[in-house]
Ligand binder design. Structure first.
Ligand code: SAM
Length: 282
């Protein structure tokens, strides 16, 4: 069998003990120690050669090692917990020039600068408490097409359902529309709580998101966020009532978008929301 730099590194359970990485709930720390699983997650992102992979929250580095083993040209990992830095430095020495660790808060990271010029994939076992704001940031806050070619991310299963839900599903909501109007979002596989140390209470899912070449319909992202927030903020109400919060006459807006004023948010498909956003932004 060919040697891997990983063969010279200690086991992850040993790393956690040696560096005192007792899991902090406040940082959403549930670690993955099984390299077969982290390599499967890495492979879900597709070929990594030729890409810089951005990882949020490497912790002791299980997924980081997998990304390097699966051939990422470079990994740039953003970690808030300084206790993890020595463990990550060991990985950086094992794969010289291929791992950069940024010590800081992913919520305030300047992703475009971190990404640099090489093609980027984002792969992460996200801390659950900030997973949704990170995702919506990557989906809405950058020029389009985005700086990333794909997002391969772990979410709580229930959130993964919301991201990928179709109109008519119970889980269909704002996150579904924001995720799907110009991306394909697929739930790839579930991960049992038992795979994590410590085990969380809920099942998790890996999702894979890629930008579409053409959005479902062209519209302004800020208007889409406004209209979905208003409609799903009161999802049981008819649009003629829930969209009143937008300030303009909702009936004209709704009919100009080709929808019925009596429809509820959960009945409007992604294209319908895009039309609403388009009419709203004039
Ligand atoms: N990637 C590791 C794994 O799979 O075993 C750890 C994943 S754990 C679910 C989430 C990681 O995100 C932790 O290492 C935690 O310290 C880190 N983290 C939490 N909040 C963060 C933030 N705001 N910015 C960067 N990292 C953060």
């Amino acid at each position: 069998m060919t040697q891997s730099p990983n063969d010279n590194l200690p086991r992850l359970s040993e790393v956690i003990d040696r560096h005192g990485l007792s899991a902090k709930k406040s940082l959403g720390q549930n670690f993955l120690l099984d390299l077969n699983l982290t390599r499967r997650i890495a492979r879900t992102a597709g070929p990594l050669a030729g890409f810089t992979v951005i990882e949020v929250g490497p912790g002791p580095g299980g997924l980081t090692r997998a990304l390097l083993m699966e051939g990422a040209d470079k990994v740039v990992a953003v970690e808030r917990d300084e206790r993890a830095l020595p463990a990550l430095a060991e990985i950086a020495s094992a794969w010289p020039e291929r791992l950069t660790v940024i010590s800081g808060d992913a919520l305030t990271a300047d992703w475009q600068t971190i990404a640099g010029k090489a093609p980027v994939k984002i792969v992460a076992n996200l801390p659950y408490n900030i997973a949704t704001p990170l995702l919506t940031g990557w989906l809405t806050k950058h020029p389009w097409p985005p700086f990333w070619s794909s997002l391969t991310l772990m979410f709580q299963k229930e959130v993964a359902h919301r991201i990928c839900a179709d109109v008519g599903d119970n889980a269909y909501g704002r996150l579904s529309v924001i995720s799907q109007w110009r991306c394909d979002a697929i739930r790839m596989f579930d991960v049992s709580p038992k795979a994590f140390t410590p085990a969380p209470k809920v099942t998790s899912s890996i999702i894979h998101i890629t930008p579409r070449t053409e959005p479902i319909a062209d519209c302004d992202v800020a208007a889409l966020e406004k209209v979905t927030a208003a409609a799903f903020g009161q999802r049981r109400k008819m649009l003629r009532s829930s969209l009143k919060t937008l300030g303009s006459d909702p009936t004209t807006l709704i009919t100009e978008a080709g929808l019925e004023p009596t429809m509820r948010a959960e009945e409007v498909d992604v294209a319908g929301f895009c039309r609403l956003a388009k009419v709203l932004s004039g």
